[in-house]
Design a protein around this ligand. Structure first.
Ligand code: SAM
Ligand code: SF4
Length: 348
């Protein structure tokens, strides 16, 4: 499969196109997260199994197809794209997709093009990403201890990731650190990680483990409720609630001692669905309407059956008309996982 890009037209700026995508609960869908690959150069224990079976490459949308589909979403009012995975920066020629998508930033149709990455390839790509208009990125990092990092990721090299973060900052991008809170693994380290991130002017967000995909470990052993983390943090820091909302599951506080912002993503202990503004596209072109639900739409079939973007737009509208009100995650001891898809398939 060639990842070479041929050029569909850009979309008209906001205000001149058709009506935005509104779901049955009157939520405007303005945010699309796109998993461009299910592959990764790491194997984080909470995310993947040691022996992941990856998809055959022919099943993936080509970069050209991804670009076309993004254009359709943007024409229907999507204002923010997040490229994720798997590890998005290990997909071959991924910068071609960023180069193509950046034209929507230039035209004003897109407000934000961003990325979630494990940081291993950032030293290589940060300057070009910044030059294409990627202003803010999320880097996932669960520990600052090199041995623990190798353990959690089953193979990662911490200095490489720290170098990537430095490269991104040097290129002028704002970096946010995402850390999954893992019981008996990094709980004790979180206060120091906050001091480190905030000391470098980076926001930090803590994430609860979600029951996505079968892995070797029992998730109840990994699960560390953020309510507990917050309580512990309050013995060292003064946390002031902030009104900031992103339409997502994060709640924010200001850490008064550092002056930095800290987010809590608690999908299991909090309900955040009422303000949900997002949908997720997998690397095979399945559109998932909710991270925690199985209902999806096969946009690859439509993409490959027609060159007519109006037909594709109708398939997108039909899917959005099925967006559920919310999810019902439960972390329970019984198998199988609450949602059989790994996060690396749906895109974190
Ligand atoms: N590889 C990139 C990375 O690690 O940032 C992007 C994809 S990764 C699936 C996106 C985010 O999902 C990461 O922050 C990761 O820690 C998080 N994640 C993966 N599996 C998870 C799970 N079961 N529960 C909670 N977060 C998870
Ligand atoms: Fe890879 Fe990201 Fe999953 Fe870790 S969390 S295995 S870096 S996709």
């Amino acid at each position: 499969m060639s990842d070479a890009i041929s050029l569909p037209p850009t979309v008209p700026p906001h205000g001149t196109g058709p009506a935005p995508l509104i779901d049955p609960f009157q939520r405007a869908i303005s945010y699309l997260r796109i998993s461009v690959t299910d592959r990764c150069d790491l194997r984080c224990a909470y995310c993947m199994s040691e022996t992941m079976q990856f998809l055959p490459k022919r099943d993936l949308l080509s970069l050209e197809e991804l670009d076309r589909l993004c254009g359709v979403f943007i024409a229907r009012g999507v204002r923010k794209l997040r490229i994720t995975g798997g590890e998005p920066l290990v997909r071959r020629d991924i910068m071609h997709l960023f180069r193509r998508l950046s034209r929507h930033l230039d035209s004003g149709a897109l407000k934000e093009l961003t990325l979630t990455t494990n940081g291993t390839q950032l030293a290589r790509f940060a300057p070009e990403l910044a030059s294409l208009g990627v202003k803010r990125i999320n880097v996932s990092l669960d520990t600052l201890d090199a041995a623990k990092f190798k353990d959690i990721t089953r193979r990662g090299d911490l200095p490489v990731v720290l170098g990537g973060i430095e490269a991104a900052r040097a290129a002028g991008m704002q970096v946010k650190i995402n850390a999954v809170a893992l019981r008996d693994v990094n709980g004790d380290e979180i206060p120091d990680m906050i001091a480190w991130a905030h000391g470098l002017g980076m926001d930090m967000t803590l994430i609860e483990v979600m029951p996505l995909g079968e892995i070797e470990a029992d998730r109840t052993d990994q699960f560390l409720p953020l309510s507990v983390v917050r309580q512990r943090l309050e013995s060292r820091y003064t946390l002031t609630n902030l009104p900031d909302r992103t339409g997502g599951p994060a709640r924010y506080v200001r850490v008064e001692e550092t002056g930095g912002r800290l987010g809590f993503i608690t999908p299991l202990t909090h309900n955040f669905c009422e303000s949900c503004n997002r949908v997720r596209l997998t690397c095979t072109g399945q559109l998932y309407l909710c991270l925690g639900q199985e209902d999806s739409a096969d946009l690859r079939a439509v993409l490959r059956a027609t060159g007519d973007d109006a037909v594709l737009a109708r398939a997108v509208e039909e899917a959005i008309s099925r967006k559920p009100k919310g999810h019902d995650f439960v972390i329970a001891r019984q198998r199988p996982a609450a949602v059989p898809r790994h996060m690396s398939v749906t895109g974190g």
